[in-house]
Ligand binder design. Sequence first.
Ligand code: XIL
Length: 336
Amino acid sequence: PKAKGLKDYYQKYFPIGVAVAVRNLQGDEAQLIKKQFNSITAENAMKMASIQPKEGLFYWKDADSIVSFAQKNGIKVRGHNLCWHEQTPDWFFKDNEGKQVTKAVLLQRLKTHITAVVSRYKGKIYAWDVVNEAVDDDPNGYLRNSKWYQICGEDFISKAFEYAHEADPDVKLFYNDYNTERPEKWEQIYKLLKSLKDKGVPIDGVGLQAHWSVVEPTEAELRSAIERYSSLGLKIQFTELDISIYPWEKIKRARKPGESDAFTPELEKAQMEKYAMVFKVFRAYKNVITNVTFWNISDRYSWLDNYPVAGRKNYPLLFDHHLQPKKAYWEVINFK
Ligand code: XIL
């Protein structure tokens, strides 16, 4: 019999996904993806800047390669993302003379973009992150003061969902954000989701990015977040899971000379315990959780190696540099 992977252990729960770039679709990484995962997300290839770098100039090659790799191997695709304040080219917001466009023009551009992308992958992508990170981090704020917000007010959010729904009425539509289990942010996210539901906007679920660390979230925070959001009748997907070995507050600054970035046995244990806890909670809520996706494949490469500052190695995933399962992996498949 074939050796089992994460996807097989979680067959009765939810698909297990991974974020990839085209370069990962060959060699040992491709083998690992096929063995372990049954959902895939483009780490960057479907973002606005990748797909439409200039107005009307659509670049599909990388996104197409990822979708065809998935189809060939019986893997589902999660789309990420249709509207964000980052990795969005400036032309969206400007006219020929460099002046800021009107709300009508910007919404038309948003519609053209979303319609093109969602239609191209109709039937091939089963869920989309429609709007990413529209909520502000300030506990006293509400929506992020992005270009989208400055020009359109909050309407860009509901419009984005409507355009996506028109292009593919069957695809599942998600609002996606980070720090969704932090008490200082969850009220604002809940408020946004509730207002979308109350307005009848076609939204199916909320994506919790899950860029966590060995110190957060606590089990209580995670459970409350799941209960709170799902009480709105929304499905939940964990869309960008990784467990940093550094608390977020620490990686905001560059590594000092001599400061270690080793994966010590203490950190390995703390990470293993956090992974065990979060997957135990995920299994307990399997009726509302419809996907859990890791952000990158293995500790060989993580976006956290370069974010928010370069030069601090991280070890946030379930597989090590040699693509071997780490201790945390065995905890994740230990259904005790
Ligand atoms: C990251 C990618 O992993 C990096 O390669 C890129 O340089 C920046 O974006 N939240 C998101 C993802 O929604 O799209 C981000 O991905 C990570 C944070």
